[in-house]
Design a protein around this ligand. Structure first.
Ligand code: NAD
Length: 251
């Protein structure tokens, strides 16, 4: 069986870190970024410098954000998210480091202490100046009523709590991700095209610190030649096999 080897690797692992990308959420109905026909290329996220450049650009950024939200508003965690939440219960998970902004790992019940949302979270917004939290519904009501992006009472710009292209990742978040890569003996990258940095640097940081690198993905990635084990598979199938392997020796 294709996954026997993966389950065997999982059985012998003591500390597992998993990097997830958009491919983990496609089964939930959230489109990934690079597959052909992706709506993200129609409602293309606006980069950080451009977002800061003017009020009309900020309004357009919000229009695109809400257009995408409408596409996957009913998305619920799938078996891949559920498998990772259950893996935590078995005591061998260091962390899930995710590139995803859809909030589905948390919705599946993964503890915040185990979850590193590298690119932030698109389920709420915050002021870039004072940090105040805003519900998306508040921002949307204002946009739909006025055609303008809502600004904070402090004068700051309100932005979805994601890391835009060209925006610096919060240092503490990146440090947690790097620590999780260094602190595992099995590193699994799943559903990621492994082209977005710094996320794409984590697999080799893990390997350099002694971890076995497993890549689970439907398509080829630039890191495939470096992987110790490669599985061309659906994220859900691969993560369930991983969970089975760990569960077989848990207790
Ligand atoms: P990507 O779109 O570049 O790559 C996704 C990869 O997953 C592709 O290689 C694809 O072949 C594979 N894939 C798709 N469905 C799969 C499945 N069911 N099983 C296994 N593999 C599957 O995504 P990325 O590498 O995560 O980079 C895109 C960036 O855009 C992310 O860093 C993220 O910030 C953002 N994004 C987030 C979401 C989300 O939150 N769900 C969705 C799209 C984009």
């Amino acid at each position: 069986m294709v996954f026997d080897h993966l389950a065997e690797l999982a059985r012998s692992a003591r500390r597992i870190t998993v990097l997830t990308g958009a491919g983990v959420s496609t089964e939930s109905g959230v489109p990934d970024f690079r597959s052909p026909g992706s709506p993200w290329l129609v409602h293309k996220p606006i980069g950080y410098a451009e977002f800061l450049s003017g009020a009309e650009v900020r309004a357009e950024a919000w229009r695109r954000k809400f257009a995408m939200d409408d596409i996957y508003r009913d998305a619920r965690p799938n078996r891949a998210h559920a498998a990772l939440a259950r893996l935590d219960g078995l005591g061998r998970l260091v962390a899930v480091v995710t590139q995803n902004i859809d909030g589905l790992h948390a919705a599946a019940g993964l503890a915040p202490s185990r979850l590193v949302e590298l690119h932030g979270n698109g389920t709420y917004a915050h002021c870039l100046t004072c940090g105040q939290h805003f519900e998306l519904a508040t921002v949307r009501r204002h946009l739909e009523a006025t055609g303008c992006a809502l600004d904070c009472a402090c004068g700051g710009f309100i932005k979805s709590a994601t890391v835009a292209f060209g925006q610096t990742l919060p240092t503490a978040t990146l440090q947690r991700a790097v620590a999780a890569a260094k602190g595992c003996d099995l590193f699994v990258a799943v559903g990621s095209s492994l082209v977005v940095r710094p996320a794409a640097t984590l697999p080799q940081i893990a390997q350099a610190h002694g971890a076995v690198l497993v890549i689970l993905n439907r398509e080829a990635t630039p890191l495939d030649p470096a992987a110790d084990h490669l599985f061309r598979c659906d994220a859900g199938d691969g993560l369930l096999a991983l969970l089975d392997g760990v569960a077989a020796t848990a207790g």
